[in-house]
Design a protein around this ligand. Sequence first.
Ligand SMILES: Cc1cc2nc3c(=O)[nH]c(=O)nc-3n(C[C@H](O)[C@H](O)[C@H](O)COP(=O)(O)O)c2cc1C
Length: 186
Amino acid sequence: MIAENLNSVIRNRKSIYPSQYNGQEIPLKLIQELLENANTAPTHKLTQPWLFQVFAGEKKTLLLNEIYKINKDKISDKKIKSLKEKFNNTSHIICVCMQRSDEKLIPEWEEIAATSMAVQNIWLTCTANKIGCYWSTPKYSNKLNSFLNLEKNQRCLGFIYTGLYDNLPNIKTPRLEINSKTTWNL
Ligand SMILES: Cc1cc2nc3c(=O)[nH]c(=O)nc-3n(C[C@H](O)[C@H](O)[C@H](O)COP(=O)(O)O)c2cc1C
């Protein structure tokens, strides 16, 4: 890919939310491609800490029911309705998990960083393939260990919602000028 195309994918990446999806299913081959690209993320000491669980079709309902269960004391009817709509519109939900290696090997933040880079690879691959996605990190992510069959050294870092879309408003979340965040020492 020439640099111009890479710039275009990076600069056009944005969060696209389930309310913007058209409810159609993404071909499985593309979901596999997202995961292949995630798997090429850099990783200190090659710990490759990322783990993914993909939910689609009927299996999304299992996840949704678990979310209701976890939040049963504080979830309003309105929230239940909006979660249901969110899940219906979404094609595949990729649950992002991380496996912590021996703490003497590398600090945890490096494994969160490597997993985040894997997520970015997924996000950019979505942009390049006109797939909508965003990373959701709800508070209840850390209550899903048993449902997700996670081991003691594994944790859930949220969900990537994915879906196809028809039209999108041409709006991007603004950023501060990069020069306000850069100190040049030339
Ligand atoms: C680590 C991380 C966690 C995020 N968690 C959420 C979330 O829980 N809910 C949400 O609506 N967006 C979440 N986002 C998406 C951000 O809100 C979004 O990236 C930001 O508004 C900038 O918009 P853009 O992605 O379109 O550039 C998360 C992004 C990152 C990097």
